[in-house]
Design a protein around this ligand. Structure first.
Ligand code: DGJ
Length: 786
């Protein structure tokens, strides 16, 4: 809800179910930010806001006063909604520009407001949406006092999710052209500075690693200059109280609906205020705005919670699930897929793919995905990107031939593409070298032997949109994995003239969005999965077109614990795809138990990426049981409410179905320790006063897991790995522990379930938990009707 408290200096009160955001006009003409946080009572009288207003009698010494008429106001020390350099505020600005006369001072003052319902779509950018057109929308118009430029601030209030989104539009209503050097999407000022920033950095295979920065002074900056939102620094970040935990305390979550270069800064001012900004990265960015033209900054998302990081994540998850992801697949259960990449890499043929698909079908797989290697002369990563024609040596019957056979087996069929890229060794590059992002006459750096198509050029976007349309309609394709495997270098658009090269990176992203919009419209039934060498472009912009994204090329279950835990702070399970792969793992060579690989991948969109044809019969049988189990709980695992418990050496996760009658929990440890203390599992998100049946599944173990300890129980001596040992292992399975109890939700959440003891140098029995390195357990909780 948005309320305007009318007055000579009106106040604007934005309210979600649990939060309030308040601002008020200053007599000097700016909008002062008064409060953002826990919901507070504000009546209909302007007097109710007075307590929140800073009382200024004089300006801090050594600051610049705004004007002689307002000599107590130094912009450096006011919480603002709009800020630029030149009038005393020296903190991170919202806007930076160069006027026709070369000056860069801006002085935006409040002009008017408008209140509407419904989400306005951007002309070119993706944004949040509200299918019921219920979202409250406030536009506050500012005018630059000297040049007459217009700045519109847009606020949308998503009440139920406790999310407020903001975006900014600059309109050149001045009398000369403008060069825009920065336009942030969001600027929030806090009156205090006792915060830490939690941000998510990483690299290929190490996405979303959680980092904490304690702010004492100066600033924290996170950014991407890779051309994409990047695995180096995700646009999502948290501003947290110093004592906040997963379950308690206050924090703010921020994100940006954008897939290109981004920038986030948190700055402490000289007077102990904290400023948060985020938006397009101003580095390598400049945009010419002729008279009458405008520029839209992407939408930023913010939320607040008093219920710890989990509370904040719940808000973000609900928002992403309903107001970012869209189309047929938004609420629809996603299929369990089998991907050919780690099974075969480039070495594919119709016959080998069909063998794999059949093995998948027998295990319960629903969708078979042919990854890279099916087009042009693509036998390695050195050629053919750009040539989207079937390699008939590998697939003699074309895409349709293979697809029809996969469908006849009983599976849906999906393919891999990487449309934004081109290899120099390709027919496309030979025909159109000027379609690649290259600086004429200069040497060029490459990533994965490929160059980037110039999507700032509308002709390239049109060509590739049609090419993809041809590919996607050439067979009954149900799923597309859209990959992008490098970062930008030599950023230059041969299409733009020399004076506009600062627009290239943003125009590329706009071109990409146009292509994705068209393809989404043309193929509403296709399930698109985003990918960029794994999670190199995992952001809210992509999620507007791709309901799910491949979280990381790293399928190692131990690494995935950290990676998926990291994503879960800002993104719901339904957006993160996760695969079970073979061991030794292809990225780390680590050997983890199959049940743990499944346990971790099942907290997301489950898939398999391994050669089922070559796997041991026991493992294939185990996979079959896993898929059956996942399908039973799939809706909750994909769309339920996810809660993080402990993390570090032991991870603890819980997902709870929407009506809170069912939940699935997981614990997984990294390294095993001897002489372990008793262990508990703490659930989260259950109904306190409901009774649940808490249980684990039956377990059987091979005696070989215990090595030569078999001699501790065997009447005759058995040499480890001998024929006798193998024969015993074939016929004798050891029973694992089983948990089974009844307990109320609050007992499961606050007292925790005392689990059976873990094996600890002695004491094996079926009452003991076999829990070696990387051991895990899934626990199930079903409400009992009373
Ligand atoms: C990078 C992706 O992340 C992988 O999953 C795979 O699709 C390869 N590209 C194919 O080249």
């Amino acid at each position: 809800m948005i309320r305007i408290i009318d007055d000579r200096y009106p106040a604007f009160v934005l309210e979600t179910e649990n939060t309030s955001y308040v601002m008020k006009l200053l007599p000097s003409g700016q909008l002062e930010h008064l409060y953002y946080g826990r919901k507070i009572h504000i009546g209909e009288s302007i007097a109710d806001v007075e307590a929140l207003v800073e009382k200024r009698a004089f300006a801090a010494v050594n600051g610049n006063i705004y004007s002689q008429d307002f000599s107590s106001v130094s912009m450096e020390d006011v919480c603002l909604e709009v800020s630029g350099y030149g009038k005393g505020d020296i903190r991170e600005p919202l806007i930076e520009l160069e006027a026709a006369d070369g000056s860069s001072t801006v002085d935006f003052a409040y002009d008017s407001y408008e209140l509407k319902k419904g989400k306005e779509a951007f002309a070119e950018l993706p944004g949040s949406y509200d299918e019921n057109d219920e979202v409250d929308h406030l536009t506050v118009v500012h005018k630059d006092k000297n040049h007459g430029y217009t700045l519109e601030l847009h606020y949308y209030v998503y009440e139920k999710c406790n999310v407020i989104t903001r975006n900014v539009r600059f309109i050149n209503t001045g009398s000369g052209p403008v060069r825009l050097n920065r336009l942030m999407s969001l600027l929030v000022d806090y009156n205090d500075s006792d915060y830490k920033v939690i941000s998510f950095q990483g690299a290929w295979g190490r996405e979303m690693s959680r980092n904490e920065t304690l702010l004492g002074g100066g600033k924290y900056v996170g950014s991407s200059a890779t051309g994409g939102s990047s695995n180096r620094n995700n646009p999502f970040f948290i501003l947290s109280d110093l004592t906040t935990t997963e379950g308690r305390g206050t924090c703010y979550g921020y994100n940006l609906i954008y897939s290109g270069n981004h920038y986030e800064a948190v700055e402490i001012s000289s007077q102990g205020k904290t400023r948060v900004v985020c938006g397009i990265n101003p580095a390598m960015f400049s945009y010419d705005i002729p008279i009458g033209a405008n520029f839209e900054a992407p939408e930023a998302v913010m939320t607040f919670s008093c219920d710890g990081y989990n509370g904040m994540s719940q808000n973000m998850h609900a928002f992403v699930r309903k107001h970012i992801v869209r189309g047929k697949w938004r609420d629809k259960d996603r299929p369990v897929l089998l991907n050919s990449w780690e099974a075969a890499y480039f070495n594919i043929s119709e016959a080998s793919l069909l063998r794999l698909a059949k093995a998948g079908r027998d295990a319960g797989i629903e969708l078979f995905v042919m990854d890279d290697g099916w087009f042009g002369k693509r036998n390695d990563d050195k050629s053919s990107l750009g040539d989207w024609n079937v390699n008939t040596k590998k697939l003699p019957n074309g895409l349709k031939g293979l697809c029809d056979k996969v469908k006849a087996i009983g599976l849906d069929f999906g393919i891999w593409v990487e449309p934004e890229m081109v290899n120099v060794d390709s027919d496309l590059y030979r025909a159109h070298p000027d379609w690649a992002m290259e600086i004429p006459g200069m040497d060029h750096s490459e990533g994965r032997n490929q160059r980037i198509l110039d999507l700032a050029n509308p002709e390239v976007v049109d060509y590739m949109t049609e090419k993809m349309t041809e590919v996607f309609s050439s067979a009954d394709i149900s799923y597309v994995k859209w990959d992008m495997n490098r970062t930008m270098s030599d950023v230059y658009s041969p299409y733009l003239d020399a004076g506009h090269q600062g627009e290239t990176a943003h125009r590329y992203i706009l071109g990409l969005y146009r292509m994705l919009r068209t393809l989404n419209d043309r193929f509403p039934n296709i399930l698109f999965e985003g990918c960029a060498s794994g999670g190199n472009r995992f952001d809210l912009g992509m999620l507007c077109y791709f309901p799910q994204i491949w979280g990381s090329d790293n399928t190692d279950a131990v690494c995935r614990l950290d990676i998926q835990n990291g994503y879960s702070y800002g993104y719901p399970l339904s957006t993160v795809s996760a695969h079970v792969s073979n061991v030794p793992n292809h990225q780390t060579l680590r050997i983890t138990p199959l049940e743990s690989r499944f346990a971790v991948a099942s907290f997301g969109i489950l898939g398999y990426e391994c050669n089922l044809c070559d796997m041991k019969k026991d493992d294939v049988e185990a996979i079959k049981a896993q898929i059956e189990l996942y399908k039973k709980h799939r809706h909750d695992m994909q769309f339920g409410n996810f809660y993080r418990g402990r993390s570090g050496e032991l991870y603890e996760w819980t997902v709870v179905g929407e009506d809170r009658t069912h939940a699935v929990g997981m614990i997984m440890q990294k390294a095993a320790k001897p002489n372990r203390p008793f262990e508990r599992y703490f659930a989260t998100g259950l109904k306190s006063d409901a009774r649940y049946h808490f249980y684990s599944l039956e377990k059987k173990y091979s005696v070989k897991n215990f090595g030569d300890l078999v001699n501790a129980v065997s009447p005759v001596h058995i040499r480890q790995d001998s024929a006798a040992h193998n024969i015993i292992a074939k016929f004798v399975k050891m029973d694992g522990e089983k948990e089974d109890c009844l307990a109320y939700g609050d007992a499961l959440m606050y007292a925790g379930v005392k689990l059976k003891q873990a094996f600890s140098s002695s004491g094996y029995s079926s009452e003991v938990r076999f829990f070696p390195d990387y051991g895990s357990r899934l626990y199930f909780m079903d409400e009992i009707e009373e």
